[in-house]
Structure formats: C-alpha cells, structure tokens
Ligand binder design. Structure first.
Ligand code: NAG
Length: 195
C-alpha cells in the first residue's frame, strides 16, 4: 500500500483530468443532462472552440496520473474511464444523432411500412451535438416518425415518417417547440420505397 501523501496536490491530477474532460465536452455531457430536465440549449458551445486545448490538458493529466500511480492502480483506471468517455462523448453522441448507433433494441414497436415519407430539414442555430440530440429526441417522440437523423455538422435533419400523417409545417413546428431560436425549413420532401 502506498502511504497517503500529505500533499493535497497528489489527488488533483486525476480530478483535473476529469474536469478538463468535462469542460472540453460540456456542450455535450452537461447539455445532455439539461435535456433531461427540458432545459433548452444552454451557452456551453462557447467552450467548444477550446476543446483541443482541454483535450491536450486531459491527455497530459492522464499520462501524469499513469506515471504517478502506475498502470494498474484504481486511480489510473477511474481517471482513464471517466475522462476518456467524457472527452469522446461528442463523437459518440454524433454517431447516435446520425442514427449510426442505437441504444434501444426495441425499435420494432414502431410500425413497419414499405414506404416512408422523407423530410429533409435545414435547421439553422444548432450549436452542438448535445443540442442536436434534443431535436432528435423531439422527432423520435412523435408517433408516426419511423426514424430521424440530426446532423450538427451541416445543420440539417432527415426525418422518416409513415406517409400521409404530417406536413412540412408540422416538422418545422416541432423544431420551433424545442427552441424558438432554431430556424427550421423543410428543403426536400419525397416518398421513398424501403425495398
Ligand atoms: C448533411 O450531411 C449528411 C451526411 O453527413 C448528409 O446525408 C445530408 O444529406 C446532409 N444534409 C444536407 C442538407 O446537405
């Protein structure tokens, strides 16, 4: 057992690694938590430009924690797990928003149809993946929506619905209901045969 050090700074490397990991992804993780409470897109995206800086701090702090506590210590493991998952959360949420990963294996509860009606929506004002996620949740909560993908990188969304249930204005209204700051516009609208 390693004796407890008298210096409080001994603990701080992993606390800081987690803190910088959190700051670097705040528009994702903190926003996702706010989403649960229906708090609309907060201003965390101002930190996003500094993400590379936070990420390099996180990396340095992880390496420091590793050399300090060794590879097999609990501190190193916990630091690695927490700060890495925080740091990569925007990428993970991005994959989820784009429909490339799903967390629910029970999508079968949505009615299966041969044809889907596709709405391609330009949504100006999405400031991060955490905010994009809230819009996706809104789409997915509608009964005739089969699938939705929200792209933060080009500020757009693709919503697939069971034909004949919604008009472009409905889709735009849903986005407005998430937050009035968004400027949604359906730019394409067509029926697609899934098979
Ligand atoms: C945005 O990007 C995705 C792929 O990353 C693409 O499928 C989609 O069509 C794009 N949206 C617009 C409006 O160009």
């Amino acid at each position: 057992m390693q004796p407890k050090s008298a210096f409080p700074s001994d603990k701080s490397s992993y606390i800081w690694a987690i803190t910088t990991g959190l700051l670097g992804s705040s528009c994702c993780i903190i926003q996702l938590i706010l989403n649960i409470f229906s708090i609309s897109c907060a201003g965390f995206s101002i930190l996003t430009p500094y993400r590379p800086i936070f990420l390099s701090f996180t990396t340095v702090l992880i390496l420091y924690t590793m050399t300090k506590y060794g590879l097999n210590s609990k501190q190193t493991l916990v630091t690695l797990l927490i700060s890495l998952s925080l740091s990569t959360s925007p990428e993970l949420i991005s994959l989820y928003n784009q429909g490339k990963i799903t967390i629910s294996p029970f999508n079968l509860e949505k009615p299966l149809t041969e044809e889907v009606e596709i709405f391609v929506v330009q949504i100006n004002g999405i400031s991060c993946e955490g905010c994009a996620n809230r819009i996706k949740t809104q789409f997915d909560s509608k009964p005739f929506v089969v699938d939705s993908k929200v792209y933060f990188n080009n500020q757009s969304a693709i919503v697939s619905v069971i034909p004949g249930n919604y008009k472009p204005v409905d889709i735009e209204t849903w986005v407005k209901m998430v937050d009035f700051k968004y400027e949604p516009k359906v730019i394409q609208h067509y029926i697609e045969n899934k098979y």
